[in-house]
Design a protein around this ligand. Sequence first.
Ligand code: 13P
Ligand code: SF4
Length: 340
Amino acid sequence: MNTITNLMNIDKNRLAEIGFLDKEIDPQLDLFAEIERLKKEKNAVILAHYYQEPDIQDVADFIGDSLALAQQASQTTADRIVFAGVHFMAETAKILNPTKKVLLPDLKAGCSLADSAPAPLFRAFKEKHPDHIVISYINCTAEIKALSDIICTSSNAEKIIRSVPEDQPILFAPDRNLGAYLNKQTGRNMLLWNGACMVHEIFSLEKITRLKIRHPQAKMIAHPECEEAVLAIADYIGSTSQLLKYTETSKATEFIVATETGILHQMQLNSPGKTFIPAPPDNSCACNDCPHMKLNTLEKLYLCMAYDQPEILMDETLRLAAKKPMDRMMEISRAAGLLG
Ligand code: 13P
Ligand code: SF4
């Protein structure tokens, strides 16, 4: 495993902003051992999303999709939640468990999908449709959550939508691709906010098609944030945890994976005899990394645990308003047996 090769990736501006620059890491330091020491010393739990780099997944106490991570965050007895993911995920942890110190290794780890729904514009859109209830994908800011009636993730979205009476109009935000997929699955005609994920939008249909021809036995699996044309040629569509489970239980031994490449680490660990081919994007790269997720590095994780910064802080009125639709999501998910 690699302890220091990411040192060059440390964002010096950010470190300077939070006062870490003069505390540069000794390259001899065993970061894996140090992080384990800090976990115990500070009673900290590391929650990591599947899109994190392999080293971070390896030191995490729990790796999961957005729903499982939210559940873990709400239940933990640790004093500190170190969130190896992006800002909306750490914010969600704070919404659900406000007495804990929630840390994010890089505060700039945002999300293009969350950014595609600025709260003032979304509020105006919502006001134009007063008869609609708002279901928002968890990949959104606390302000958008506060404007929503129910939150969903890719694991539970179909169940959440089906829990709403059929004659009740729904406004779905912010992901138009996930929304269109859910409209198709449920037969609804939800009004969709025009947002998208920069990672899932850029898969190349042409390159995937060529891969399928070259690997005729491979199953092509895709996250529902992908565009409709990519989903149309998928053998299986699901959230990150559902895709992972599919690769474990499927008899197939080869998979073309149309989601962020970080998930391949757990796929390979859990099914060592199988082959995983990252679906290529429509650019010169062979795989598709989320630039926001990949802002976190092992070094930043260590620094944030050592210095208890950067911390997620939130106005209490906003937190309570954002918690209401999260609670509703948890209730529906629990009733549907979707929580572990
Ligand atoms: P899930 O892990 O919940 O499927 O979400 C994927 C994602 O895009 C997270 O940013
Ligand atoms: Fe946001 Fe897409 Fe990155 Fe997930 S993969 S954090 S949805 S930009």
